[in-house]
Design a protein around this ligand. Structure first.
Ligand SMILES: C[S@@+](CC[C@H](N)C(=O)[O-])C[C@H]1O[C@@H](n2cnc3c(N)ncnc32)[C@H](O)[C@@H]1O
Length: 272
């Protein structure tokens, strides 16, 4: 059976970089009455979002940070390869720890797909938020995402979705495939959780535990409080509604109250 590159499956299953960038740019423009141009993508992995940012406008510049060189190299080989010479001049990929790396000051910082949940101590998360704050312009915005809902605090749960097939730049045809998010463990005492991503691709087979995450599932009040403790002037929460099939409608509005539904994904925004 041919071996599949799990980064293709990951990007197709969990990343929607245009939705993230549209959201961040919209909230930024509402706060600061201008368009953002510079961006820092923390925990960038394959840097799909940073690459997209430099493609979207010739004034845009992006810094992507991740401490795993092989994943950055994959991003350079495939995502950055989509960029022109001129666009590549505006992309900077840095191998380093997001707790340490200082970039030039940017308009937008993003830490997505819950990656900051690797920080399990409040003090460490606050230090990380302070590092991001220092790399933001006085007119700056920090966008995080987090999931929650009644299912997220269950001992075990599975979320299975069918992902549309696609063809990789190498010409490999990947058919529609199954993506599973498994919450394998959750400890209510410290909110530590273990989650796995599995794939099942017809013709290629099952890839169990393609990715495993050992996180602390931070809550919305904690994130808002820690942003303020780290020096952000305000913290806001944006949540989606649901379509007729009970799926997220992907339209994020600022909310102060929300029904305690089974599952949701929120953007949390820190305003410099
Ligand atoms: C869940 S992936 C996120 C990939 C992508 N940014 C996304 O939104 O889907 C988490 C990434 O964070 C990186 N990472 C974890 N801790 C880090 C740290 N302290 N500094 C830099 N990168 C880190 C890992 O190497 C991994 O590539």
């Amino acid at each position: 059976m041919p071996k599949l590159d799990i980064h293709w499956l990951y990007e197709a299953s969990v990343q929607n970089v245009d939705t993230d960038l549209d959201f961040a740019a919209r909230v930024f423009s509402r706060h600061w009455k201008r368009k953002p141009a510079t961006l820092r993508e923390d925990f960038c992995g394959t840097a799909k979002l940073a690459c997209r940012w430099v493609q979207r406008n010739k004034k845009n510049e992006a810094w992507g940070i991740d401490f795993h060189q092989p994943t950055l190299d994959w991003g350079k080989k495939y995502n950055a390869a989509e960029l022109s010479e001129e666009q590549l001049q505006r992309l900077h990929l840095i191998c380093g720890d997001v707790l340490e790396v200082q970039t030039p000051k940017v308009d937008l910082a993003l830490a997505l797909n819950f990656s900051f949940c690797v920080f399990k101590q409040r003090e460490t998360l606050r230090r990380y938020f302070q590092t991001v704050g220092k790399s933001l312009n006085p007119e700056g915005l920090f966008v995080l995402d987090i999931y929650g809902g009644t299912e997220s605090v269950m001992a075990k749960s599975d979320d299975v979705r069918l992902i549309p097939g696609f063809t990789t730049p190498d010409g490999l045809e990947i058919p529609d495939f199954e993506y599973t998010w498994e919450q394998a463990a959750y400890n209510p005492i410290n909110h530590h959780t273990t989650c796995h991503i599995h794939f099942d691709v017809p013709g290629f087979g099952k890839i169990d535990k393609a990715f495993t995450y050992r996180w602390r599932l931070w809550t919305l009040p904690e994130l808002q409080e820690i942003l303020l403790e780290a020096g952000f002037s305000r913290a806001e929460v944006y949540l989606h509604d649901f379509d007729d099939e009970g799926e997220s409608d992907e339209i994020f509005r600022r909310r102060k109250t929300y029904e305690n539904v089974q599952g949701w994904v929120a953007y949390v925004v820190g305003i410099k």
